[in-house]
Ligand binder design. Structure first.
Ligand code: PSU
Ligand code: MN
Length: 308
């Protein structure tokens, strides 16, 4: 006989998140792979701290999610965040291996997929990140499709990102999301954004222009019993963007380097991000930080709207 799975995993909440849960205050989940594998120290800790501050300024509470020595943390204390930002050997954990990190008492940074799982366990409905994983260019050969897409299809969390990185095959990424029933909503624009750039050249499947409209859309989905997540794409602010044609040159170079260095599997995304950081002499990092901050603000506004 199979036993129904009902989660009973102990979760360590930060003081701030525990208090927010008690009073029913809006909470915004944040991932940690972006900290350990997405940006170099100390840019990563500056980003993490400023993103948390932005969420607090919108009257919501930030919950950065990670596995620390085998314990699932939802919300990190300032010292824990600082320590994680300096950890160089954290596992990058997704749906396939978040439980492994816990079972083996390891430290794991959560991807979008794993952060969604933890957020749902903690009853958090909104999550801010930079970019999601997607269908990689050449996926017809490599089969490299991020588990983030499948997670968006099954786990009821609203994920706010800046679109899909142009290191991915964006048309194929949008096709998979449509097939799997994930609404893709661009905030205030008809153009689906491409992370560092405000436009990808593709039209967004859906568009909404206020946090209240996004909260209302989600409420109707829930009334209909439609489960799974939704993706909000928030274009990077104009002042911080790197235009698409400029970015394409760096991306092409980084993809060539990855091929030369024989990079595959979960190392691909971190490799490309680091290489693009080098190729742009740090400019991509500045843009990356600005867009995550912008997403944190919108996610907090959505969380506040969902709470009223
Ligand atoms: N975007 C960034 N930095 C990152 C990532 C995305 O700007 O570090 C991370 C996210 O955690 C995302 C993961 O979930 O990369 C996707 O990895 P993969 O393609 O291996 O699924
Ligand atoms: Mn992959």
């Amino acid at each position: 006989m199979t036993k129904a799975l009902s989660p009973s995993l102990p979760i360590a909440y930060s003081k701030e998140v525990a208090a927010a849960r008690q009073r029913g205050a809006p909470i915004v989940a944040l991932e940690s792979t972006i900290i350990t594998h997405g940006m170099p120290y100390p840019g990563n800790i500056d980003m993490a701290n400023s993103v948390e501050a932005i969420i607090r300024a919108q009257s919501a509470v930030p919950a950065t999610i990670a596995v620390l020595r085998g314990t699932l943390h939802v919300g990190l204390e300032a010292e824990e965040l600082e320590q994680l930002a300096q950890t160089t050997d954290a596992l990058k954990v997704s749906r396939a291996d978040i439980a492994f990190a816990i079972a083996e008492r390891r430290t794991g940074a959560t991807t979008v997929a794993a952060t969604m799982i933890a957020a749902a366990l903690a009853g958090i409905r909104v999550f801010a990140t930079g970019g999601i994983g997607g269908v990689h260019r050449g996926a017809e050969e490599s089969f490299d499709i991020s588990a983030d897409l499948e997670e968006l299809a099954r786990t009821p969390v609203i994920v706010v990102c800046a679109g899909a990185k142009a290191i991915l095959d964006i048309p194929k990424t949008l096709e998979v999301l449509e097939t799997r029933g994930v609404p893709v909503v661009t905030y205030g624009s008809k153009d689906f954004p491409a992370f560092w750039s405000r436009v990808s050249g593709l039209e967004s499947p859906l568009m909404l222009s206020s946090p209240a409209a996004i909260a209302n859309f989600q409420a109707v989905r829930e009334q209909m019993g439609i489960d799974g997540g939704m993706l909000i794409a928030n274009p990077v602010p104009e002042a911080d963007e790197i235009p698409r044609d400029e970015m394409e040159v760096f991306i092409a170079r980084a993809l060539e380097n990855a091929e030369k260095d024989d990079i595959s599997g979960k190392a691909v995304t971190p490799y490309l991000l680091a290489d693009i950081f080098k190729l742009t002499q740090g400019r991509s990092l500045k843009t990356n930080i600005a867009l995550v901050e912008n997403n944190a603000r919108l996610a907090a506004e959505i969380a506040v709207s969902l709470a009223v």
